[in-house]
Design a protein around this ligand. Structure first.
Ligand SMILES: [Zn+2]
Ligand SMILES: [Zn+2]
Length: 632
């Protein structure tokens, strides 16, 4: 496969398919034996002289009478056999197909299978060569027009139809690819397809659904991997070749050489003894993936320490986008497996693509590329990371959102403020505190979230964790629990010293969990906070112990009840146009579940009285079993 514009060979992974309108030319051929006309549809009339055989499907009854006969190619008067072959689809065109060298990969296989001699009409620069006769020197598109006109003038063109086709193009320049003959170096891959699928099973894919993309790709491969390129920039292919006998001389292992300008490492051909002048340095470069497919071996110093390298790979994680599954991921698996017999990674974490705020792919030409630099500068890395974690599920595309970055920054500030508040109290020693029901419930609630977050982290997910931790830290812990215990820790109301300490103990316990669990996503602010709380010790040296995720007492539903009651009363105060800190001259009825926090609720909202149960009459029904009777 060849890109006539880049003038280099392409591997299957470098081919993209684009939808395009194509003309389908219906051309009259003569049957040599009977002189009857047959009509063949083709998109490539300029390849007429490369046609070696005409086929129809064995099930196609229309053409049974053509079996064993010959067709005469118009304009060129070349005689080719007519055969039955299942490659021909009865529903395409007229059901008769001219097989040329080559319109697509299928043709390549067809020619190989039937042992046909291929005639190549196209030069590496995308012009027609002398074998195309009167089309010589024309570009492919021009040649198509010229021959179509001539076919029409001479009465061979029956009709032209437009149809939408999937056209293979070069990924780099989008030029339609051509099939020509060039000598290239290949890496065998077809015979290892089953092995590669087995190696894929030895790794964990997160999320699992992207593994299918790899499997489909491996199964679809139809040729070995051409690894040599006629490109200027690239890694030089490290070998020389004897012009007399064809013997290949390799460079010394581990040494980077430039054979096109450096002398060979031998004074004569080791095989035929030809002198140095006969030994020619390779001028081509490698496919770029030939290097990057072994970057994991390079960074783990495989050449110096094979055992150490393999040990590292057995715990390695590959993070990458789904767009390079068929290149970086596939080639890495292939090459590392061929070289080491092992899978290159333990985990493969596949992310989606970053899109702009409107959900479009970022392109320089659209002017919608977001460069992180200025945002990192202005909002900090943690805020930026907050957006990256919060904006999309693992494996799905994620949109740019400045609002989420700003939320991330506000979250950082909130955490620092929470740390300031909490550390303004000394952490109570063991035996000096007593937990109230709401304290136990708060810890239990936080532990439950922590377990869910830990489970998500094991799946290499950060999306669920950031949303759960944000909700826990800000919406539940800061907005509700912290507010609730303020009257207690400021000793504005009558609680025992042990109960005051119970609140402070809970603050430390829950906040530590939050900071630890947030540290992988927001490493800077959490480390800053942790160090300020623990004499400069880094949070990134901490482990989350099983003990921290164990808390048997309490009923976390009490926290849900607290959140509901608080928001109902705050909403009511807003409606009544009184400040949150002002007294509410009323009796508030709350459901039975809230029994243990009746006093706390009363102090927090400065309510005259809080009662359990449903009243017989009320002024406001706030929902969730909360009623208000105003006192006048
Ligand atoms: Zn190209
Ligand atoms: Zn030789």
């Amino acid at each position: 496969m060849w890109c006539p514009r880049c003038r280099t060979t392409l591997a299957e992974a470098e081919i993209e398919f684009v939808k395009a309108k194509r003309k389908l030319y219906y051309i009259k051929f003569k049957v040599k034996e009977t002189n009857e006309d047959i009509v063949i549809a083709t998109t490539r009339p300029e390849l007429l002289n490369a046609c070696e055989v005409v086929i129809y499907n064995p099930k196609d009854e229309r053409y049974k009478n053509l079996k064993g006969k010959h067709a005469i190619i118009p304009l060129y008067n070349k005689v080719v056999p007519i055969l039955e072959h299942e490659y021909a689809k009865p529903e395409f065109g007229t059901g008769l197909v001219m097989m040329c060298s080559y319109g697509d990969t299928r043709d390549v296989w067809f020619f190989r299978e039937l042992g046909l001699k291929a005639t190549i009409l196209i030069n590496p620069d995308g012009t027609m060569n002398e074998k195309s006769g009167f089309l010589k020197g024309l570009k492919i598109d021009e040649a198509r027009e010229v021959i179509a006109r001539r076919l029409k003038d001479e009465g061979y063109l029956v009709k032209v139809e437009e149809y939408e086709a999937e056209i293979p193009v070069c990924w780099r320049c989008k030029t339609p690819i051509e099939f020509i003959h060039t000598r290239e170096y290949f890496l065998k891959q077809l015979e290892f397809k089953d092995d590669i699928l087995k190696v894929a099973d030895m790794m964990e894919f997160k999320p699992l659904e992207h593994k299918t993309r790899l499997e489909l790709w491996v199964k679809s491969l139809a040729m070995d991997w051409p690894i040599s390129r006629t490109r200027f920039y690239g890694t030089e292919i490290p070998l020389w070749r004897c012009k007399r006998c064809g013997y290949v001389i390799l460079a010394e292992l581990g040494k980077y050489v430039r054979p096109w300008k450096e002398p060979p490492p031998v004074s004569s051909c080791p095989k035929c003894g030809a002198p140095k002048e006969f030994i020619e340095g390779e001028t081509r470069t490698f496919d770029t993936w030939f290097d990057s497919s072994i970057s994991v071996l390079y960074v783990t110093r495989w050449l110096d320490d094979r055992e150490g390298s393999l040990k590292a790979l057995s715990r390695a994680l590959r993070p990458q986008g789904y767009d390079i599954i068929r290149t970086w991921l596939y080639y890495t698996i292939l090459r590392v497996w061929l070289l080491t017999g092992k899978p290159p990674f333990k985990w493969v974490r596949i992310t989606g693509m970053g899109l702009d705020e409107k959900g479009r792919a970022m392109h320089k030409s659209l002017g919608n590329v977001i460069y992180p630099g200025p945002y990192l500068e202005r909002y900090g890395a943690d805020a930026f990371r907050y957006w990256a974690a919060a904006s999309g599920k693992l494996g799905s595309d994620y949109r740019w959102s400045l609002n989420l970055v700003k939320t991330g920054l506000m979250f950082c500030t909130k955490l620092v403020n929470m740390a300031r508040f909490i550390t303004s109290f000394d952490e109570p020693r063991e035996g000096t505190y007593k937990l109230r029901e709401i304290d136990k419930a708060m810890i239990k609630y936080a532990v439950k979230v922590a377990k869910e977050v830990a489970r998500s982290y094991k799946e290499l997910d950060v999306f669920e964790p950031i949303h759960k931790l944000y909700d826990l830290a800000w919406n539940v812990f800061a907005s509700n629990y912290l507010e609730l215990i303020k009257p207690r820790v400021y000793k504005q109301v009558n609680f025992s010293d042990e109960e005051v300490n119970g609140a402070i103990y809970t603050l430390y316990k829950v906040f530590r969990l939050i900071i630890k669990l947030l540290s992988p996503i927001m490493p800077f602010v959490t480390d800053y906070i942790w160090r300020s709380m623990h004499n400069g010790k880094s949070v990134h040296r901490e482990k989350l112990s099983d003990k921290e995720l164990e808390f048997k007492e309490g009923d976390e539903r009490l926290v849900d009840a607290l959140v509901k009651i608080n928001s109902a009363i705050w909403k009511l105060k807003k409606k009544l146009n009184i400040r949150f800190s002002e007294a509410l001259n009323a009796i508030v009825y709350v459901p039975d579940i809230a029994r243990p926090i009746v006093d706390d609720i009363k102090y927090l909202h400065k309510i005259t009285e809080v009662r359990i149960g449903r009243p017989t009459e009320w002024d406001e029904d706030l929902g969730d079993g909360i009623y208000v009777k105003f006192l006048r």
